[in-house]
Design a protein around this ligand. Structure first.
Ligand SMILES: CC(C)(COP(=O)(O)OP(=O)(O)OC[C@H]1O[C@@H](n2cnc3c(N)ncnc32)[C@H](O)[C@@H]1OP(=O)(O)O)[C@@H](O)C(=O)NCCC(=O)NCCS
Length: 230
C-alpha cells in the first residue's frame, strides 16, 4: 500500500514535538533488534531511573535533529524519521555531537561491552557501505534513519507517508537513499516503498557473551527514480 495517497500533514520536527517524539523513539527502540544487541549485555544497564534516563537521552538525540533540521514528523512526534543528507557538519553541529556524547555517558553510562558492541556495529556498517556503494558512494546518498511510529497509531499509514516524502525529496535531488533495517517483519513494508536489500551482515556471530542468534543486519537501498521528479 502506498501511503503517498494519504493526506497526512508532514512537518519538520519542532522543539515542541521533542518530548512526545522521545516516547515514540524509546518505545520503538525497545522492539529493535540492533538496540537489543547494543544494550543487552551481561553487565546490563541497571541504573536507577533507567527508563527516565533513556527517555531524556532520546530527548537530546531528537533536539539534535531539530538543530540539524534532519527530523520529520506526522502528528507532532507520533511518527518520525531522520533524513541525513550528508551535509557538512557546522561548528555548532560538532559541539552538539560532543555534548551528545557527554549526555550519553552521564545518562546511560554504557558498559565496556556496550561500547565494544557499538564499535562492532559501526565497523560492520562501514564495511557493508563500502562493499555496496564503493569507497565514498554513500556520500552522494541520503540516509533514512530512526523510522518510528508510536504503537497507538501504527498501521495507519504514518511512516509509509514519511518514507514516501523522504523518497520524493531524494528524487528531486537526484539522489538514492539507503537505510538499515533492524526488524525482519519490516522487509515487506520497505519493499512496498521501493527499498530493497542490497547486502547483509551479522552482529554478534563471533561474540562469546551474546547467547542469542546473531543479529541480521541488512542494508536496503532505493535507487533514484527520475519518473517521480517534480
Ligand atoms: C515499522 C514502522 C515504522 C511502520 O510504521 P507505520 O506507521 O505503522 O507504517 P504504515 O502504517 O505506513 O505501514 C505499516 C503497514 O500497515 C499497512 N497499513 C497502512 N495503512 C493502513 C490502514 N489504514 N489499514 C490497514 N493497514 C494499513 C501498510 O500497508 C503496511 O503494511 P506492510 O508492512 O505489509 O507494507 C512501525 O511499525 C514501528 O515504529 N516499528 C517499531 C520500530 C521499527 O521497527 N522501526 C524501523 C527500524 S528499521
Amino acid at each position: 500500500m502506498s501511503s503517498g495517497v494519504l493526506e497526512l500533514e508532514k512537518d519538520a520536527l519542532r522543539w515542541s514535538d521533542v518530548w512526545r517524539a522521545s516516547s515514540t523513539l524509546q518505545l520503538s527502540a525497545h522492539s529493535d533488534t540492533f538496540y537489543a544487541y547494543l544494550h543487552e549485555t551481561p553487565a546490563g544497564w541497571h541504573l536507577p531511573f533507567r527508563h527516565l534516563r533513556e527517555r531524556i537521552f532520546f530527548w537530546f538525540v531528537l533536539a539534535f535533529w531539530v538543530h540539524r533540521k534532519t527530523g520529520y514528523t506526522i502528528g507532532n512526534g507520533l511518527a518520525l524519521v531522520s533524513l541525513d543528507s550528508g551535509r557538512a557538519k557546522r561548528l555548532s553541529d560538532k559541539i552538539w555531537g560532543v555534548f551528545l556524547g557527554i549526555a550519553e555517558k552521564m545518562l546511560c553510562a554504557p558498559s565496556k561491552e556496550q561500547i565494544r558492541r557499538a564499535q562492532e556495529y559501526k565497523i560492520l556498517k562501514g564495511c557493508l557501505l563500502r562493499e555496496s556503494f564503493g569507497e565514498d558512494g554513500k556520500d552522494s546518498m541520503i540516509l533514512l534513519d530512526s523510522l518510528a511510529t508510536h504503537p497507538s497509531v501504527r498501521r495507519q499509514g504514518y511512516c509509509g507517508a514519511l518514507v514516501d516524502y523522504v523518497s520524493r525529496q531524494a528524487d528531486n535531488e537526484r539522489r538514492s537513499t539507503y537505510l538499515w533495517s533492524s526488524n525482519p517483519t519490516n522487509t515487506e513494508f520497505y519493499n512496498n516503498h521501493g527499498y530493497h536489500e542490497v547486502a547483509v551482515a551479522f552482529l554478534g556471530d563471533s561474540n562469546p557473551v551474546w547467547k542469542k542468534p546473531p543479529v541480521r543486519c541488512p542494508l536496503f537501498c532505493r535507487k533514484y527514480n527520475s519518473d517521480t521528479n517534480t
